[in-house]
Design a protein around this ligand. Sequence first.
Ligand SMILES: [Zn+2]
Length: 609
Amino acid sequence: MKRILLVFAKQMKLKISRGRRQDHPQTSLRVPPCIPLKWISAMGGLLTVVTQSSLVIVAVFVIPLFFPGCGSVAKEKQLERFIEIHIAKVEPLTTKANLAYWDASTTGRPVDYLKHKQFQLKIRQIYSDPQEYALLKDMKESGQIRDARAVRQLDKLYYAYLRNQIEPELLEKLVDSDNRIQEKYNTFRGSMDGKKVTMSDIYTILTTEKDCRKRELAWRASKQVGDAIVDDLVELVKLRNKAARKVGFDNYHTLSIVTGEQNANELDRIFDELCELTSEPFARLKKELDQILAESYGIAPEDLMPWHYHDPFFQRTPLVYDLDLDIYYKDQDVKELAEKYYAGIGLPVDDILARSDLYDREGKYPHAFSFEGDRHGDVRILCNLQNTERWMETILHELGHAVYSKYHNRKEPWLLKEPAHSFTTEAIAMFFGRLSRNAAWMQQMLELPEAQRAKIEKVSTKYTRFQQILFARWAMVMYNFEKQLYAEPEQDLNTLWWDLVEKYQFIRRPSGPVDAGWASKLHFTTAPCYYHNYMMGELLASQLYNHIVHKVLMLKSDEGVSYVGDRRVGDYLREKVLQPGALYHWNEMIERATGESLTPKYFVNQFIK
Ligand SMILES: [Zn+2]
């Protein structure tokens, strides 16, 4: 039990970090942002326990045999009954778990964290029931569930059960392995010239130091944990694969994609297209950046190495283009701005804000997240607001998640009152979060003179554009590496990593023997096969943006678009995205909302002109 609780503690951490999209080095080094708990592919932390109630449920399902001659109706009745019993168990537990979680994050009291873990454990036990899983599988394979709503609910249940089917012995090994890696990771300190350094020392050096030797040492220190954990990590990958094979998949990556209702070929297509479209502009922007960086170190651009890029993985834009936008927000009230803005587009959030916990306090969780207590409208956010650009972005972002939850159609079944996918709620959050740096938006909301707008636009546009393209290239490395990692864990992974970094990020590998620096990215351990969803969220945010500009507001160009005070924006999003919740598969929702399935082309239009 204790060991299992440890895993839950880990998963909880994953749930709570809904801040900026990128895994922010200072604030969430070990915590991938914005992953709702239910979407974690947690083969490392699920339970297989045969619950006593499964016998009762199996008995109940004999009843539908009273509908002779109509298999479909009988099956649908059977499913209806299953869902009724299932929700009766899961809904109260989910609400209790959520509320305990809110208490824990707002007070920091260990007893509330413990309560939350215990409720989570009970929920997991339900989803690991092999007999109920078999029953759902049978219903799905029968092809006799035809009603669209019933099909959607069955899919949701089926995948939730499927990813929890791990036999106890294998589960124990997975949990052991996972814990071992995290323990090593948490206690490991890299060193420079024999002296131990923290990650925050390393980030300071990488963002400010001009001495290239010191930079190299710091960069190498950030990667040393990779070599320390890589054997355990590869072992964990193999164990995850073993678990996936037991339920019929070729490897764990495929299982994660399929149970996340995604399709590997479709993802490949999207990432390939994105690669092609970003390749030339990325090369151009990077060349320009290389010149600036090389000059700052007094070296030639062709001598730049991975440690010259301000971030251990080059996933964030070096600070050379950054603009201090805080000066525009320091005399404002970001909460009031957000409230006014959302009200203006017809998605009022005053009720959400009234329930929320917005300011810094001793013991409180220091970052931000959006929270849904039940599925009947108890939506809140947690923030630690300050009047800065970062918190302006954060509150707009979290309220984006929150309005998604608030405006689900309350009449839909419980299982469908959630976002179409974790990346679709991320997209809505990103769509609004992007505004904090949008010059037109700032001008209108902050009542800035024209000259100020032009000044912001000049720097901010360039920064945002580069950051988006750079992140896309980095996400390609993560996606492709992880896919190949699970397909063939025995291959030379260190070389594979650098092959992909050179291919997508245009960064040269250091000479000499290659180490396992890649394994220092903790997502491989704690949020396996999830990273692509950050990118998908960005793509959808841009697709919605394009549709709103051209088809909702009927504008010819997006120049100066801020949609401040325009209710058409809120009306459109509410009707096409927020209300349907999970009623449609995510791609069907996107097609209905924008006339096309998910495509990278609008992301490219928006940021790569
Ligand atoms: Zn988020």
